[in-house]
Design a protein around this ligand. Structure first.
Ligand code: GAP
Length: 446
C-alpha cells in the first residue's frame, strides 16, 4: 500500500514533467533544491484554480473586496505583526515529519519522539527566522534591511482604513488577496507541497468582536464546500485538524486546518485562524495612526476582530492532480499502446488547462484546413489545442493524459455533412455536432 502511494507521487511527478505541467527549477544548472517551474499546462491549471478561488471567495459574494499588495513592505510591518520576534528561537526539526520544535522544550521533544515510536531524529538547532531578508539600496546594513512577505495578511491590515474609506463597506466584510509569499523553510520537499516560494490565496474577514466564533464556523463550512464541490476533491481524503493551544501561531486564538491525504501522508491544504484584533492593535500602536472602525449607527469606535481563511495554491494544485489521476484499460485506440494502461486526468472541467482539442482525422489538406479554421474560431472562447500529428488514437490518448474534456474530430464525412465528432473524456460518448453550432454546444457543456 505504502509502495503504491509512493509510486503514485512518482507517476504524477513524471507526468507533470513529460507533459509540461511542472519542471524542476533552474534545471540546466543542476536545479535549485525544491524550486519548481510551472510549464504551459501547469500555468493554465494554476491560473484556473486561482480564478475559481477568486470567483467563489470574491466575485460571488458581496461582502469581499480584492487587493494586490507588494512583496516588500516597510519592515515595521513585520515588527508590528510579530513575525520578526516570533521565529528567533533555536529550532530543531523532526526529520521524519518536518514538524519544528523549540530546542529548549524538552518535554515537547520527548512527546513528539514518542509519536514516532521513540525514533525521532532532529536537525541541528538553528536560530531561525522564516522571513527572507534583503536590503533596500546598495548599502547592506541594519538600517536598510527589508523582508520578503511571509504572509499576505499584513497588507489587508495596513490598508484596512483606506479600503474602508474607499469601499464604504460595513462589518462584517473581508479583503482578499492572491500572491507570492516567501519562507526560508528549514526543510522542503514532497514535490510542490513545501517550497520556499509559494502562492497564497488569503482572506481577512473583519467582524464585530464577540461574533468571531460564529463567522469562524461559517468559514470552516465554506472552505470545505470549496474543496469538495468546486475542486471536486474526494471527501474521504479530507480531514480537519484543530491546532492545540501550544501549537497556535502567535496571532491566533484558534486554528483549524483542512488536510488532504497526499501519497506521502496527511498534509495541510487550507488554514482557518481566529486572529482577534492582534494585528490591527499592534499596527495602530506602532504606526501611531487611528485605524479603528466607526459604527455608523451607534457612533462607537473599535478595532474589529479577524477571521482568516487561507490556502496555498500550489498545494491545491497538487491535490487536484492527485485526485484526478486515473489509470484505465486501453481505450483511446492508440495501436502502439494496446497492452498498457492509459492515464486519464479527470480534472474538473473548469480547471482543465485545455478545454477543447481539434483533431483532423488525417493530414490531408482538405481536412486540416477546415479543422484549423474551427480551432481558430473556438480559441476565441476557450484554451484549445490543434493537433494533426500521429494517429487519431495517439492524439486522443495525449489529450486524456492532460485532462482535456472534449476532442473535436474533423473527418471525411464532415466535408459533406458539415458536422464534426465531439468526444467526451469521461463518458467516452461521441456525438455529431453541426459546425456552426459547435461553439455554443461546447460553451453549454464547459
Ligand atoms: N496568513 C496565515 C498564513 O500564512 P499559513 O498556514 O502559514 O497561514 C497559508 O500559510 C497556506 O500556505 C497554508 O495553508 C498552506 O497551504 C500554504 N503553505 C504554507 N507553507 C507553505 C510552503 N512552504 N510551501 C507551499 N505552501 C505552503
Amino acid at each position: 500500500m505504502v509502495k503504491e502511494k509512493e509510486n503514485l507521487l512518482e507517476k504524477i511527478v513524471s507526468l507533470c514533467k513529460r507533459r509540461g505541467f511542472v519542471f524542476p527549477g533552474s534545471e540546466i544548472y543542476g536545479g535549485l533544491a525544491n524550486s519548481w517551474d510551472l510549464g504551459h499546462l501547469g500555468n493554465e491549471l494554476f491560473n484556473n484554480i486561482a480564478s475559481l478561488w477568486w470567483k467563489k471567495f470574491v466575485q460571488e459574494r458581496d461582502d469581499i473586496v480584492g487587493l494586490r499588495g507588494p512583496v516588500i513592505m516597510n519592515p515595521k510591518v513585520w515588527e508590528a505583526s510579530g513575525h520578526l520576534q516570533s521565529f528567533t528561537d533555536p529550532l530543531v526539526e523532526c526529520k521524519i515529519c518536518h514538524e519544528r520544535f523549540r530546542q529548549d522544550k524538552d518535554e515537547e521533544l520527548k512527546e513528539h519522539a514518542e509519536s514516532h515510536k521513540g525514533k525521532a531524529e532532529w536537525t541541528e538547532p538553528k536560530n531561525f527566522n522564516l522571513l527572507f531578508k534583503t536590503y533596500i539600496g546598495p548599502v547592506e546594513d541594519q538600517q536598510h534591511v527589508a523582508y520578503l512577505r511571509g504572509e499576505l495578511a499584513q497588507t489587508m491590515f495596513t490598508d484596512f482604513k483606506a479600503i474602508l474609506e474607499t469601499t464604504r463597506k460595513r462589518l462584517p466584510f473581508g479583503i482578499a488577496q492572491i500572491g507570492k509569499a516567501f519562507r526560508n523553510e528549514i526543510t522542503t520537499g514532497n514535490f510542490i507541497f513545501r517550497t520556499k516560494e509559494f502562492t497564497i490565496a488569503e482572506l481577512e474577514y473583519f467582524v464585530k468582536p464577540g461574533t468571531e466564533d460564529e463567522h469562524y464556523k461559517n468559514w470552516d463550512k465554506f472552505i470545505l464546500k470549496f474543496l469538495i464541490d468546486d475542486l471536486k476533491l474526494a471527501k474521504n481524503k479530507i480531514r480537519s485538524h484543530v491546532h492545540s493551544k501550544e501549537k497556535l501561531a502567535h496571532y491566533s486564538k484558534g486554528t483549524v486546518d483542512l488536510e488532504y491525504e497526499f501519497p506521502f501522508g496527511w498534509g495541510e491544504l487550507t488554514g482557518l485562524a481566529s486572529r482577534t484584533d492582534f494585528d490591527l492593535k499592534n499596527h495602530e500602536k506602532l504606526s501611531g495612526q487611528n485605524i479603528k472602525y466607526k459604527d455608523s449607527e451607534t457612533g462607537e469606535e473599535f478595532l474589529p476582530y479577524v477571521v482568516e481563511p487561507t490556502c496555498g495554491l500550489e498545494r491545491l494544485m497538487l491535490a487536484v492532480l492527485i485526485n484526478s489521476y486515473e489509470e484505465v484499460e486501453p481505450r483511446s485506440g492508440d495501436e502502439e499502446a494496446v497492452h498498457e494502461k492509459e492515464v486519464v486526468l479527470r480534472l474538473p472541467k473548469a480547471l482543465a488547462p485545455i478545454k477543447v482539442a481539434v483533431l483532423p482525422l488525417s493530414r490531408k489538406e482538405e481536412l486540416t484546413k477546415p479543422a484549423y479554421e474551427i480551432y481558430r474560431d473556438l480559441q476565441k472562447h476557450f484554451m484549445c489545442q490543434y493537433d494533426e500529428t500521429a494517429s487519431i488514437g495517439k492524439r486522443y490518448r495525449r489529450q486524456d493524459e492532460i485532462g482535456t474534456p472534449y476532442c473535436v474530430t474533423y473527418d471525411f464525412d464532415s466535408l459533406n455533412d458539415g458536422e464534426v465528432t465531439v468526444r467526451d473524456r469521461d463518458t467516452m460518448k461521441q456525438e455529431r455536432v453541426v459546425i456552426g453550432e459547435l461553439a455554443e454546444y461546447l460553451l453549454k457543456k464547459l
